[in-house]
Design a protein around this ligand. Structure first.
Ligand SMILES: [Zn+2]
Length: 535
C-alpha cells in the first residue's frame, strides 16, 4: 500500500469550529507540537485572508521544524484577474513556505451558481494559479473543492478540473468532500475514476456532516489516496473535519500503514489534550483512542473480565496511543472494580473480597447521596485512604462561613449593584488551627482563596494547583432549588489532572467537599515534599 502522509489543517479549517480560535503565539506552539508528533504537513493559515495569519507566517519563519513542512493556504486567482497580480496568490508566494495549498472549484454547479463565472474561466483560474505558484518554485497541492458532489453531478467536468491542475504541475490533487455528505463506497468509485486519468498523488479532505469523515478517509486511502487531511480532535466547521486522532491509529494499528513511528503514536493522547487546552475546550472524554473514557470500564462484568485478560474488553492496547485503561467506580460496579481500582492506584490495602465489599457498600451509600465516583478517581482514592485506621489527612476542616451580599450603591457609583463574596475558613493542620478570611468573585472562589491562604503557609508548593474545570449537576430536577447537587472539579498542577466530587443539597457545601478533596489529594501525593512551618 502507498505510504501515507499526514496533513493537519487544525490551524486553518479547524478554527472554523464555533468557539475555536488561536492567537499567533498559540499557533506557533501548536505547529511545534504537531511537528513533534510527526505530522508531515501543517497548514498554518490563509495569509491572504487576515492580518493574524500574515503575522503568523512572518513569525513562523524563525521556527525550526524537525520533521514537518509548514503549508500556506489560499485560493485560485479571482475571475478575470491575472495570476501574477492576484493579491491572494502574491501573499501565498510571499509567505515564506515551500508548500502551498490552493483551493479551486471542481463542481459545475458551484462554478455557475456560486462563483458565477463560466466553466472555461474556472479551468483557466486553476491552470494559471497552479502554474504561477510552480514558477515560484513551490510545491503545490490542489484542493478540489466539492469534488465528490461535482463528480456525482457532472463527472466529466469534475475530472477535467483535476486534469488541468495536474497538467499545470500540481504535486497532489486533494479530493474534498466539502459538504461532508458522501458515502465511503462513493468515495472509492470516484477515486478509481481519477486514477484512470492521472498518476499525480491523490489526497483526501473529508468533513463529518454524515459522521463519515474518518470512514471516508480510510476508504480513500484504501482506494489509493496517499495524503490524508484532517484536524486534531476533528475540530472544524459544522460537525467538524476528519479527526486525525482517530485516523492515525486506524491507519497504523488497523491497516498496518506506518504513518508515524510507535514512539510518535504514543504521544497522540497528549497532543490531543494539549490542543484542546489551547483551544480552551475541555478535552472530549468520548473521543475514540484519545478520550479519557475511551478505555474506561464501568460495568462489573467487564472489569472482572479485564482483571483476567487485559484485552477482553478493548480493541487496542491504550498505551499504544498514550492513553490508559480506567476503571470507573459506580454503583453499577462489582467488587472486581473496587479491587482493580485500588490495585491500579497502588494502594497497599489488604483489599480482599470482604474489605472490597465493605468499600463497595460505602461507595453505593455515598452514590445514593449524590456522589458520582466514575469521573472522580481522586475522591475515590481518598475514600479508600480514609478507611485505613492510621490515615492522617494533611488538613482537617473545622468550620467555614460564606457571606454573599448584594448591595445597591449610591447612584454616583458606576457599578450600581455590587456582589460581594467573602469566606471564613478554619482548618486544622497538625493540631494547629488556622483561621483565614478571603474575598472572591463568587462564594466558591472565596472559599478556595481562604482555604489556600491557610494551607499555603504550610504547603507553599500548593500554589501550582489550579482548578481547571468546575461542573454542577442537578440530581433530582423535579425538586427545583431543593435538589441534591453534585459538583465535579478538575484540578491540575500543570503536569497531571485529577478529578474530585462533592454532593449536598447545598451547592456551597458540595463545592467545598470537592475543593477540599482536590487539595487533599494533591498534598497526599506530595507528602514527601512537605515544607515544615516556618513558625
Ligand atoms: Zn474543509
Amino acid at each position: 500500500m502507498t505510504p501515507v502522509q499526514l496533513y493537519d489543517t487544525t490551524l486553518r479549517d479547524g478554527v472554523q469550529q464555533e468557539g475555536v480560535s488561536f492567537s499567533v503565539v498559540d499557533k506557533l506552539k501548536i505547529v511545534q507540537k504537531l511537528d513533534g508528533l510527526g505530522i508531515h504537513f501543517i497548514e498554518g493559515g490563509w495569509p491572504g485572508s487576515n492580518p493574524r495569519d500574515v503575522e503568523f507566517f512572518e513569525k513562523a519563519r524563525n521556527l525550526t521544524l524537525s520533521h514537518a513542512k509548514l503549508v500556506a493556504f489560499g485560493s485560485t486567482r479571482r475571475s478575470k484577474v491575472k495570476a501574477e497580480t492576484d493579491t491572494n496568490l502574491l501573499a501565498l508566494a510571499d509567505a515564506g513556505v515551500k508548500v502551498v495549498t490552493i483551493v479551486g472549484k471542481s463542481s459545475e454547479l458551484q462554478v455557475t451558481q456560486v462563483l458565477e463565472t463560466t466553466l472555461e474561466e474556472n479551468l483557466s483560474m486553476i491552470t494559471d494559479s497552479v502554474h504561477y505558484l510552480k514558477t515560484k518554485g513551490l510545491t503545490v497541492f490542489f484542493d478540489a473543492e466539492h469534488f465528490f458532489d461535482g463528480f456525482k453531478n457532472n463527472s466529466n467536468y469534475a475530472l477535467r478540473t483535476l486534469e488541468v491542475a495536474a497538467e499545470a504541475g500540481a504535486d497532489c490533487l486533494v479530493l474534498c468532500d466539502t459538504n461532508g455528505g458522501t458515502l465511503p463506497d462513493e468515495i472509492a468509485v470516484a477515486i478509481e475514476a481519477v486514477k484512470e486519468l492521472t498518476n499525480v498523488p491523490l489526497g483526501i479532505h473529508a468533513h463529518n456532516d454524515a459522521e463519515l469523515a474518518v470512514a471516508n478517509t480510510l476508504a480513500a486511502v484504501n482506494a489509493g489516496a496517499s495524503q490524508v487531511q484532517g484536524t486534531t480532535n476533528g475540530y472544524g466547521e459544522r460537525c467538524g473535519n476528519a479527526n486525525l486522532c482517530s485516523i492515525i491509529p486506524d491507519l497504523k494499528l488497523k491497516m498496518g500503514i506506518d504513518c508515524l513511528t510507535d514512539v510518535q503514536l504514543a504521544n497522540l493522547t497528549e497532543v490531543s489534550h494539549y490542543i484542546s487546552e489551547m483551544a480552551n475546550l475541555v478535552p472530549n472524554a468520548f473521543l475514540p483512542y484519545v478520550g479519557s473514557s475511551a478505555f474506561g470500564h464501568k460495568a462489573g462484568l467487564h472489569v472482572s473480565g479485564l482483571s483476567r485478560w487485559a484485552d477482553s474488553y478493548q480493541h487496542v492496547d491504550p498505551t499504544q496511543v498514550g492513553n490508559q485503561q480506567r476503571v470507573l467506580v459506580s454503583e453499577l460496579s462489582g467488587k472486581a472494580n473496587i479491587i482493580y481500582q485500588a490495585k491500579e492506584i497502588g494502594l497497599d490495602l489488604p483489599l480482599r473480597g470482604k474489605e472490597a465489599k465493605k468499600l463497595l457498600e460505602q461507595v453505593k451509600l455515598l452514590e445514593s447521596r449524590g456522589f458520582q465516583y466514575d469521573h472522580a478517581e481522586a475522591s475515590f482514592e481518598l475514600l479508600i485512604h480514609r478507611t485505613k485506621p492510621d490515615y492522617q489527612p494533611p488538613f482537617e476542616l473545622v468550620d467555614f462561613m460564606v457571606v454573599v451580599e448584594k448591595r445597591r450603591r449610591p447612584p454616583t457609583r458606576r457599578n450600581l449593584e455590587e456582589m460581594l463574596s467573602e469566606a471564613m475558613v478554619k482548618v486544622k493542620v497538625d493540631n494547629e488551627t488556622m483561621h483565614t478570611v478571603a474575598e472572591g468573585n463568587g462564594p466558591v472562589n472565596a472559599l478556595d482563596q481562604a482555604l489556600r491562604k491557610a494551607l499555603l503557609q504550610l504547603y507553599p508548593s500548593l500554589a501550582q494547583v489550579k482548578l481547571v474545570d468546575y461542573k454542577v449537576r442537578i440530581l433530582e430536577e423535579s425538586v427545583g432549588t431543593e435538589s441534591q447537587v453534585c459538583v465535579l472539579i478538575e484540578s491540575s498542577d500543570g503536569v497531571k489532572e485529577w478529578r474530585t466530587v462533592g454532593s449536598s443539597t447545598n451547592i456551597i457545601e458540595a463545592s467545598w467537599l470537592a475543593l477540599a478533596d482536590s487539595l487533599e489529594y494533591w498534598l497526599l501525593k506530595q507528602k514527601t515534599l512537605k515544607t515544615p512551618s516556618t513558625e
